[in-house]
Design a binder for this molecule. Sequence first.
Ligand code: NI
Length: 158
Amino acid sequence: MALRTIRTEGDPVLSKKCRPVEEITPRIRELITDMLETMYDACGVGLAAPQVGILKRIVVIDVGEGPIILINPEIVESSGEQTGEEGCLSVPGMSGQVTRPNYVKVKALDMDMKEAEYEGEELLARAFCHEIDHLDGKMYTRLVEGELHHVTYDDEEE
Ligand code: NI
């Protein structure tokens, strides 16, 4: 297990499209373990593989209800709307208002390459959207309504 370096905005790896995972190798297992460790160390609620420089479709999320590992995730359903503060470990110290669906259903593979479904509302729905966007090279900053601003003490980083 090791902490990985979190890439920050401006790093070209963050604007690339990631490739699907075809098989769970020991290297992929190690990557996922490292991503979880790196996310917890940075006090984030989500981390996508490109944020540690790996162009694979892998996301880890923990909004305080335990870790969720998503391999090749896809949003299959969404509804409603929420507007709130969003941040990103790749844009440290900043946040901005972003509108996302309030409910999202995600299909993904688990660590055994078995298909699984996840449902999320509010913060979890926001995290699913934010992290899956990373896999297509999309940063939340392009969705910010108004100004990106410095994080205040009660904001959360994703
Ligand atoms: Ni992010």
